[in-house]
Design a protein. Structure first.
Length: 405
């Protein structure tokens, strides 16, 4: 009976740890969205007098640092106390926010943006490390809801603060950073199952590469999907305004309904995947997303665009839990931090180069071209997974699904 009670208490503790870290992630992404989308461009241009190119460089630097140091941060999480890494991260983020607020020159401004990216980098990896294997897809759905809610509410809410004053806006950002810091500080965090094992960096990299080499299309798929998505970022608003001739209000409606569809379906889709598993969540999700994305280049009415946006939301909600569960099956238990860090860095390459490629493809007024190329890449990913052998899904979280593919 004591063993059973201890097991129940352990499971409750793990769930509480997951919820606390997810809530801290919400505050971090709220701050990130508020800073990068609204506050940084407005404050940097109107108050500090920086050009749009400087502000754009600051945003790019933020994402570059956040993406490329994740492998190193993951290694630190495996070797040092996760709580220590998290505390240092929040400290760096708070320092970065302070530098952004008081920047006397461009270099301090850029440094502040980079510090915020570096500081929040460990939090996502820690959240991934707390997900339970037996309900990974469902918990990943919940995690993405916190992430998407923070990114979405941040830019909307900070605008009201700016109307009061920039001081009020930055004070709110500092308060949220402190709240997230305190919540994460109350969490008992573990990253690796075998904390007593002394595994060298070379052994970690060798083990991770051995697992990834069995994943077939895993790494190319990671890079292609973020590359395809990143291509749309710099041209999305121009495409909607010029190619589709929709108003800003209509554009906002499309974004809100598509995002709400994803958030509303992530948990049900995650539970379905936990129950049935298999590769068809990936193949069907990527394929449906590609078709809907291509369809946007052909629509002439708002209702048609709305229907396709909802279809993309359903497809994304279906593939996202399955995709993250697939990646998790190739992360070694004794180096979760480094494994997730390297995966995040590989995905970050697409985020960095995708917008550059999208801007180049759209040059000369060819706004539909990035959408067509992006749809083609998503379709290729779906086709590869549809025809990939089922044995690739018999690893890790896919063990229970191997008989259903």
């Amino acid at each position: 009976m004591d063993i059973a009670n201890e097991s129940v208490r352990l499971r409750i503790g793990l769930k509480n740890n997951f919820r606390r870290l997810a809530l801290a992630l919400f505050f971090a992404e709220f701050i990130r969205g508020a800073l990068l989308v609204v506050l940084l461009p407005s404050y940097g241009a109107s108050h500090l007098g920086f050009s749009l190119s400087i502000i754009g460089t600051a945003v790019s630097l933020h994402y570059l640092i956040d993406s490329f140091i994740k492998g190193f941060v993951g290694y630190l999480l495996d070797k040092l106390s996760p709580r220590l890494v998290l505390n240092v991260g929040f400290l760096l983020s708070a320092l970065g926010i302070g530098l952004l607020m008081t920047a006397p020159n461009v270099w301090v401004f850029l440094t502040g943006a980079g510090l915020v990216g570096a500081g929040f980098s460990p939090l996502w990896l820690m959240c991934l490390g707390q997900v339970e294997e037996e309900s990974r897809a469902a918990q990943m759905g919940k995690l993405y809801i916190y992430w998407l809610a923070g990114l979405g509410l941040g830019p909307v809410s900070i605008g009201y603060m700016i109307d009061i004053g920039y001081g009020t806006a930055f004070a709110a950002i500092f308060c949220l950073c402190f709240i997230g810091w305190m919540i994460s500080g109350m969490t008992a965090i573990t990253m690796s199952a075998n904390t007593e094992d002394k595994v060298t960096l070379r052994q970690q990299l060798t083990g991770l590469w051995r697992r990834m080499s069995k994943g077939g299309f895993l790494l190319p798929g990671m890079l292609l999907q973020t590359l395809a998505g990143g291509m749309l970022v710099p041209v999305l608003s121009s495409f909607v305004a010029e190619r589709l001739a929709f108003s800003h209000t209509q554009f906002s409606i499309l974004l809100m309904t598509g995002g709400a569809c994803v958030i509303g379906l992530l948990i049900p889709m995650g539970k379905l995947f936990d129950r049935f598993g298999g590769k068809w969540f990936l193949a069907g999700g990527f394929g449906a997303f590609a078709l809907a994305l291509y369809g946007l280049t052909q629509v002439t009415t708002f209702l048609a665009a709305e229907a396709l946006t909802l279809g993309m939301g359903v497809a994304y909600a279906a593939l996202l839990p399955a995709w993250n569960t697939l990646m998790a099956s190739y992360v070694p238990e004794n180096s979760k931090g480094m494994g997730w860090g390297i995966f995040s860095s590989v995905e970050g390459l697409g985020v960095v180069f995708g917008p550059l490629l999208g801007s180049w493809l759209a040059s000369g007024g060819h706004l539909s071209r990035p959408f067509m190329i992006s749809a083609f890449l998503f379709a290729v990913i779906g086709i590869v997974y549809a025809f990939s052998p089922s044995r690739l899904y018999r690893n890790g979280a896919y063990r229970g699904a191997s008989g259903r593919t």
